[in-house]
Design a protein around this ligand. Structure first.
Ligand SMILES: Nc1ncnc2c1ncn2[C@@H]1O[C@H](COP(=O)(O)OP(=O)(O)O)[C@@H](O)[C@H]1O
Ligand SMILES: [Mg+2]
Length: 333
């Protein structure tokens, strides 16, 4: 089934400028989000995953700045809008935030206040994005809490966030993200702060909601296990670029980028011998201000081509196509 493209990111570039110089946090990022599908975005810490999420919602704060590219909502339709062209504080952008694109944070308290009850905060979010009456907003808040699997929602409405467990609090975070009935949801490491059992429950909840509401979900994680569980397609990020893109099965079966292979080797496998040491990727992600020449991964790459990868940058992957931004992948393609 051909799905509707909800969001198209093209050649997105974001820079942070400081006295020490210019940091290119994102450099030519392109991908699509499709209704009813989950795009997993994976990469080590510092690769630009959160900056991508915040850029889409126009929440990148100074000294950060979008310096190029387009973020097209409803691309190819008469309603198409380029979010890069909007003022982050405009009415239109505030309506997009929450109303079209919901955001789920790693730490739900980012979106919640300690001073108000859960019910007040969800009702407020409902009212912001609809013409509901206070009574309707209250009914909707109860319905949202029920949808995210919170038992006895009528009573929970009066709880303060600090009275809830981490898992319940993240469920409230999800309810907040859904309060404006968005058709696109961005979840930035939504289960990283949770224990494994709760993590599995929250992922199951997210997947159920995504499927039922045909949401275009962008799921950010550093965890290939979460990717395997959740994603339809996967974009692998390294130092502000997408270096690998593929449907999830293809990515796991035949990873084409050495960085993707390294990330996969670092995943605990049920097939691995019990005490076998988990492999890790040699070296660390360099600071984006100290971007290596050529292919940015070459200093850590065990397969780098002598004389080439340090000098030449492999071309980006055309959006929507499976592939790897790597000279080695070109050879086998
Ligand atoms: N507020 C900021 N000020 C300066 N640089 C930043 C800021 N936020 C992010 N960056 C830069 O952008 C890079 C990517 O960050 P981020 O998107 O948060 O990575 P992650 O993939 O871990 O989510 C960081 O390594 C950092 O260099
Ligand atoms: Mg992050």
């Amino acid at each position: 089934m051909v799905e509707r493209t909800s969001l198209s990111i093209r050649d997105l570039a974001v820079q942070f400028e400081s006295e020490q110089g210019v940091v290119r946090a994102l450099d030519g990022v392109s991908f699509d989000l499709q209704a009813g599908r989950t795009l997993g975005i994976v990469g080590e810490s510092g690769c630009g995953k959160s900056v991508t999420a915040r850029s889409i919602l126009r929440l990148v704060d100074r000294p950060g700045r979008i310096t190029g590219g387009r973020i097209l909502l409803d691309p190819g339709t008469p309603a198409q809008a380029d979010l890069v062209a909007l003022n982050p504080d405009s009415r239109q952008m505030r309506a997009v935030r929450g109303g079209r694109i919901g955001l789920i944070f790693q730490e739900p308290m980012t979106a919640l206040s300690v001073h108000y009850t859960v019910g007040n905060q969800i009702m407020e979010a409902v009212l912001q994005h609809s013409g509901a009456s206070p009574q309707e907003a209250r009914a909707r808040a109860i319905e949202l809490l029920r949808e995210v699997g919170i038992p006895r929602p009528e009573l929970r409405l009066d709880s303060y966030p600090f009275e809830l467990s981490g898992g319940l609090r993240q469920r409230v975070g999800i309810a907040m993200a859904l309060a404006g009935d968005p058709d696109i949801v961005i979840a930035d490491e939504p289960t990283t702060a949770l224990d494994v059992t709760t993590q599995a429950q929250i992922l199951a909840l997210l997947r159920g909601l995504q499927e039922r509401k045909r949401i275009a979900l962008m799921l950010i994680t550093h965890d290939m296990g979460v990717i395997a569980e959740m994603a339809d397609d996967v974009a692998v990020m390294y130092l502000g670029r997408i270096v690998g893109f593929a449907p999830v099965m293809e990515l796991f079966k035949a990873p084409r980028h050495p960085y993707t292979r390294a990330l996969l080797r670092a995943v605990p496998s049920i097939l691995a011998a019990p005490r076998q040491r988990l492999s890790t990727i040699g070296g660390a992600v360099p600071h984006p201000g100290l971007r290596p020449t050529g292919c940015a991964f070459h200093p850590r790459c065990t397969e780098a081509l002598e004389g080439r990868c340090a000098r030449e940058a492999p071309p980006p992957i055309p959006p929507g196509q499976a592939g790897a931004s790597c000279f080695l992948a070109e050879a086998v393609a």
